[in-house]
Write a protein that binds this ligand. Structure first.
Ligand code: CU
Length: 151
C-alpha cells in the first residue's frame, strides 16, 4: 500500500491565477478504528508540499453515505467549514482534535480492512488514499481501555 508514502498522491494541480505554482497536498497515515456503528472517525496527516496555504473542505468514501470535517471542542465534536494546511507544513488530524467523520457506514469496519477515501482541498483538488481500519491504536481514546490490540 502506498497510502503512507509521501509523493504517492495525485498529480499536482495548478492554482488558478497564480501562474504555474503547484498546489500539492499529500494525505498520510490515514486510519480509522474498527466499528459496528453508523459512523467512524478518520484520522490522518495532511502535508502541504505546495507554496500556498490550502484548506481541507470535505471528504467522501464509497463506504459511507457522507463525511464531514470535524473538530473536538470541549469534549464534543462539531462540524467545521474547513481546516487550513499551511505550505511546507503537516497538519495532524487525530483523536481529540480535527478529524473527518464518516457518516452512515454501509457496514462494519473490521481491523485490517482498507477503505478508499477522497479528500477535497480548495487548491489541490481531490486527493484519494486508502485508509486502514486499525484496532488498538495507542492514541485512540476509544480503544484505550478494555481492548488490547486484536492483531
Ligand atoms: Cu466528529
Amino acid at each position: 500500500m502506498a497510502a503512507a508514502s509521501c509523493g504517492s498522491g495525485s498529480p499536482a494541480a495548478t492554482v488558478d491565477g497564480l501562474g504555474d505554482l503547484p498546489a500539492e497536498v499529500h494525505v498520510l497515515n490515514a486510519w480509522t478504528p474498527p466499528t459496528t456503528g453508523d459512523n467512524a472517525s478518520l484520522y490522518f496527516q495532511a502535508h502541504n508540499a505546495g507554496a500556498q496555504t490550502d484548506r481541507l473542505v470535505g471528504a467522501s468514501c464509497d463506504c459511507a453515505f457522507g463525511a464531514e470535517v470535524h473538530e473536538m471542542a470541549g469534549g464534543a465534536m462539531q462540524p467545521v467549514a474547513g481546516v487550513d494546511v499551511p505550505p511546507d507544513t503537516q497538519v495532524t488530524f487525530g483523536p481529540g482534535g480535527y478529524h473527518v467523520l464518516l457518516i452512515g457506514l454501509d457496514g462494519p469496519l473490521k481491523a485490517g480492512d482498507f477503505i478508499t477515501v477522497t479528500f477535497g482541498f480548495e487548491l489541490a483538488g481531490e486527493v484519494t488514499v486508502d485508509a486502514e481500519v486499525r484496532a488498538g491504536a495507542p492514541d485512540d481514546p476509544g480503544m484505550a481501555s478494555g481492548m488490547p490490540g486484536m492483531g
